[in-house]
Design a binder for this molecule. Sequence first.
Ligand SMILES: O=c1[nH]c(=O)c2nc[nH]c2[nH]1
Ligand SMILES: [Zn+2]
Length: 498
Amino acid sequence: MTTTSNTPASNGGPNSNKGTVYITPLVHSLSLDILEFSALSALLVDGEGIIQWVEPLDSALPRAEREKEVHRVMADRGITSDQVELVWLDDGFLCPGLIDTHTHAPQYPNLGLGSDLQLLDWLERITFPTEVKFGNLEYAREVYEEVIRRSLNAGTTTSCYYATIHEESTKLLADLCIHLGQRAFVGKCNMDRNCPATYTEATESSIASTEAFLAHFDKPTVPTYSEPVKPSRLPLVQPILTPRFAISCTPSLLSSLAALSASRTPSIPIQTHMSENPLECAWVTQMFADETGAENWGKTYAGVYEHYGLLGPGTILAHCVHLDDEQREIIRRTGAGVSHCPGSNMFLSSGAAKIRELLDLDIKVGLGTDCSGGPSIGILSAIRSASYISKFNSFPSSSDLIPSPPRTRPLSTPNLFYLATMGGAALCRLEGSIGNFLPGKEFDALWVRPRGPGMFLRKGEGLKEIFEKWIWGGDDRDLGAVWVRGKRVAGTAGKETG
Ligand SMILES: O=c1[nH]c(=O)c2nc[nH]c2[nH]1
Ligand SMILES: [Zn+2]
């Protein structure tokens, strides 16, 4: 018997071997410029959380006829009714889960603090004093659990986390992601200079504890793994090497981390900050020139990272606000990508990143919240800030009395949604597994079910309008369900009160 339901089970997915056919409108990105809207589709997710097929349906048919059509599609695919559950999500739409390509879990307690500071003062006064507390595992557990739950509730199905220098609490962060079902990259932060005496490490112990952190993922089972990992699939949570930024790492630490990354195939991914703030950039080039008598490579931030072997297709560079042509060319040539963190760039007065110029060079770009440089934990907020910055970059300068052509094209809604999903997936080298609903990918998805008739359900409005209203005015309360790898991990459906 086919079960018919409109509330996705809280524990369906990989552990129940039954597949699920979702009958739903859907929205996903096919490319930077192409956002596909389907008024109604049937999408089969198998018991392992993999999308098997997606078939468009005729949305004009009455519901009983649609159901017949679903059964016809299933019969064509050789699926019998007892193999699947049918779930109708026709009040709202499905879209891929959002990807946060740069955030700091231990900075969560500071969200909203320090908006009148710039990067270097903010690190010293607000950030380092908070991060140092994560040597305490109980404190770390309390904060990390809340961060993960809150970001899942905001629709973030994949997150690239910076942790702190502390090995044990960073392992705990990785275990909690697995336990709570969030796909993630987790990095033990490395910093062996220019940081407070209470929050620094010696080069050798920084490397040794990074190696121990990597070994944590090599164990056949970690105690909190909630499901066995199929050998053919990437683990849900992976380690990422995390030199904080060039200022806080000695040349020896930078090159040891690069060697560690290259010691595996594929290389261990790397995340770091680059070219965020003018004073930071000046310090980096000055410091490396003084120390090494650096030749050309030391003249730019990107040149420093390239020299020490840190740039490659697995590298995520947060910010990249202050780039010249030479640095853009280094990023393009090495295949590294950029995490654009617009909320943070405004909050810390860092500058307005030129994202269109990176996209025009085919440089990979995703979005990041950069909590707590950015004051929000959700990617919807990053989408909006990215749009406003790109519009700002497109305005003619205010002294132009005569209208002149825009300086650069602002990011369109399809561009922005691509950055939040497929762009992030490509940046994480996961574009073959997540980011849209192509068959064969894992089902990381959101059921957007906008609240209340007033804002969302005006007569005559279609899927495109509802999607746009959610992107620009929606929030966590509009997420009926959040799935990672086919398993429901968050969402309001079934939890309504009153
Ligand atoms: O936005 C940022 N947040 C940080 O924690 C940090 N550390 C170095 N550079 C940084 N930039
Ligand atoms: Zn950051």
